[in-house]
Each structure stands twice: as structure tokens, then as C-alpha cells.
Design a binder for this molecule. Sequence first.
Ligand code: PEP
Ligand code: MN
Length: 333
Amino acid sequence: MIIIVKSNPDQQQLENLISWLRSMELEIHRSDGMDATVIGLVGDTSEVDADLIASLDIVESVKRVTEPYKKANRKFHPDDTVVDVSGIKLGGGHFQIIAGPCSVESREQICFVASEVRDGGATFLRGGAFKPRTSPYAFQGMRDEGIQLLVEAKKQSGLPIVTEIMDASHLHLFEDVDVIQVGARNMQNFELLKELGAAPQPILLKRGLSNTLEELLMSAEYIMARGNKNIILCERGIRTFETATRNTLDLSAVPLLKSMSHLPVVVDPSHATGIHALVKPMSLAAVAAGADGLMIEVHNDPPRALCDGAQSLTPNYFKTLVQDVMKVKNALI
Ligand code: PEP
Ligand code: MN
């Protein structure tokens, strides 16, 4: 249920209303937006008398929120959430580019790619240390050592780092990681999501291979229910009957998610297409669709990459991509 408060309400009456609602053992979520104050109620609201609340002087209207996601719902929080990573803001008009290799392969590789993508316009460095591979015989990532190398690359390049967690028991290894990624395969690993709800870092939550937008928002809700409000949603393609691309990039997800939720949305055209030649056109389309950021795989030597070489860009090509992306961004302003 949401209560929309009239502008410039009597503060004492507002406090009284909030403490009365709290006494009903409801969780109160107050959002003081640009246009209105919205009070969101989470919990069993079946006994709450909406007509009585609507009759109060300070109340504009009362609405039942029928969607199962509450804290992630745009109705609870009308303004865009801006995720702030050491001063780098993402969402609410702040656009960022996350780039780097699929996997950390060596100190030289990650440090080289970090400085290249930074010079090309990236504002975050990505790199997998724990890799979710379909085959147990494929390269599984450098694990703890991979995270240490990412931290070194962060010190050298100045770029904050984004890397994937696969198991909550690894959380202690992520202390110096700026944004923790939940990969598509773990989007509904609910125990992991609960643990990340208590983590201090923002979470980049990727859409599952066969998940609906509502399911993605319910996964965000799991993290938010435990207190972590800093979530970045990521559209990375879904499974369809089409085999010409690795997945099918669902770009309608971008404006839809942004109308359903206040959380920022980034697009990963690399995993969505699996084909390097499609990464630039899909990046431009994602920006035109309103994405708050892009996540792009860049490798020093794509043909020799240990993982996802076919979709990886060279650093030089990445630079041209960023230039074109900025042209589209500027054309939208
Ligand atoms: C990744 O970003 O490294 C990755 C494995 O992506 P996804 O979870 O989208 O497949
Ligand atoms: Mn990859």
C-alpha cells in the first residue's frame, strides 16, 4: 500500500501518521521525492483501513500496490535511484560504462586492459574471477588470486571494479570489490541474494536466462528486503528459439523496467549477442532505449581469450564504440 502525502504537510500530523502505522507492525518506507512524499507500507496491510487514512487532512490518496515487488517498485519511490560508487554516480541521468575482460587471466592482462579501457572512456573495470562455466572442464577463473589482481588493476588505473560472486561463503574475498555482480545463472539463488542484502557494496543483478522482468524485480526485492538499496539491474539477453545470436537482447526491458522500478538499468550487449560485430550496434540501440550504462567485454587479444573471445572487443575498437555511444547520448539531450 502507498500513501501519497499532500505537499507541505503539517509535520506533526505526518509524524503521528507514521508512528501509528509503525504500531501496526508494518515496515514503513518513506520517500521524500521532488514532487511528493510517498509512504510505502510493507507487510500484511489487509487490516489497514485505506478509507480512514485517505480521509486524513494531510493525505492526497491511498493506493494498494498489486505488484509483488514493493521496495523495488517505482510507486514506492517515484524518483530514480542513483547508485553512488565513491563519487561515480549511475542512474538518474548519470551514464557509466563498465568494461574489461570476461575473465582475469594474469596481472599483465588485467592491468593492461584496465588502463586501455579507462583511456577509452570506461568508468568501471569488469573482470571475472569466479566464472560460472557450462562445462566443468572449461577455465573456472583465477578465483581469489583473480580478485587480488583486480584490486591491483584498480590501484593502477583508478577504476572501481565489478566482479561476480557465485557463493556467499566467498563474501570475505570481496571486501575491496566496489560492485558485486550476481550473474544470470544465480539470479534466483535466493540464499545468496539474502546475504547480499546485508553487504555494504552495490549489487549488479543480471537477468536470468529465462526470467521475466517481474522475476528480476523480485530478486532485487530479496536484496532490498534485507536493507541493501543499491542495486543496478542488467539486461543481458534471454533464451529464445533464435540460434543466430547467443541470446536475444530484449531491449524493451530497458524502458519497461524503468517504468516498473526506480532502479537503474544497464545493458550487456556482449553476452546478449555473443558476436563482437553486434556489440556496437546493440550498444547504440541500448543507449537510445534509455539505458543508464553499458557492460562491455574487452580483451587484449580476443582470439586467445580463455573465455568469450568471440564477443570481446579489442581496446582500439572499444574506443570507437565509446565515441559513437557518446554521439547518441548527446543527440538525446
Ligand atoms: C559475466 O558477465 O561474466 C557473465 C558470466 O555474464 P552472465 O551472467 O550474464 O552470463
Ligand atoms: Mn563473458
